[in-house]
Design a protein around this ligand. Sequence first.
Ligand code: SAH
Ligand code: SF4
Length: 392
Amino acid sequence: MTNKPDLLGMTPEEMEEALGRHFSVRGQPRYRAEQVRRWVLDGLAPSFDVMNNLPREERTALAEAFSLTEPACTVVSRSSDGTVKHLWRLEDGELVESVLIPTYDRLTLCISSQAGCAMGCTFCATGFGGLRRNLTAGEIASQYRASQRWAEEEGLGRISNVVFMGMGEPLANRKALFPALTILNQGYGLGARRITVSTVGLVPGILELAQRPEQFRLALSLHAPESGLRRTLVPLEDRYPLSEVVAALRAFDAAGGKRITLEYTLIRGVNDHLDLAGKLAELAFDLKAFVNLIPFNPIPYQDWRPSPRDRIQAFATILAERGVAMAVRESRGRDIDAACGQLRASALSGGAPAGVASPPGPAPDASPGDQSLANPAPDASPADLPEGREGA
Ligand code: SAH
Ligand code: SF4
């Protein structure tokens, strides 16, 4: 790993300072820092070499003083439904994933905050591998940068939304998450309301995020509206029980009317009893939260299946009847293992990544068009869903 300070891991303020110092020592005019900032943040320049409005010796000096470290793309998998997954290799060889999800009016990027995850949720491929390490702010934000350049080259346009629903628990890596949020928001110009942090319920992190002045959005991976059942899916429930998580969500909401989404992955016979739909509706109504119902995406370590389509619909109807804003996330990207951690899992096991090798067949309960969704955009209103998707 290089020891040079990485410009991509700096907030715009830090970058300005570091570049200002650099150019002042070299006796260069002040505007050089602004030139470089533009190249890095607006131009997504992959190297100092392309910064052709700077003298050649200044480009060389920049390359000696700083790095621009982007993850290297090792696999690109394209789903038949337009979802694109990148597997990135970090400098030390760790692998993380991000997913681009185009819909008709937006391009959502789902990014990773950790290599692996320590939370051990029993339905999640990433959870089974444990935590390998935290990503740095630069490694988080660079997934956006590298994906945006890729999207431009492929004619997909601008990424409109970023969700932290790839690998890892973002609020367990706040040291890097918080500057990464600033970099995405102030550096790359993504509106705070277009950035969603998804958490399994780390209370201190929710409270800290609530203190941020920006309107970042929060998604809670709920998966069960009662503590006993939730504990079997989300081990963190033991440490931060639902009552405390809900209190933290209220604090988040109270800190400026910030929007909350509840994620509920429907697993057949596990958390899809219709009594639970009533309880979920109560909780969501109370919190004025938006609910995403997500069909479980089967993983190699469990024989669970997604809930049948009619059960998902019945769940949705109960929520809608009780006035809860919600969407059923039609499945995306199953043929490329778009569930969090799955592409990495197949790369590590030596198997060809799905989408290249034969894709997993549809779950018995899934209709032929029902591709499994793993990394949904949580803040799409039902009207945003493309034709053929369910929504309420
Ligand atoms: N750690 C954070 C963010 C990453 S997980 C969190 O848990 O919220 C992103 C989302 O993918 C979460 O809502 C998680 O519950 C969901 N997820 C993980 N494995 C899944 C699977 N096999 N099927 C469907 N959703 C899954
Ligand atoms: Fe970690 Fe989220 Fe997976 Fe749970 S669902 S193991 S918190 S990545």
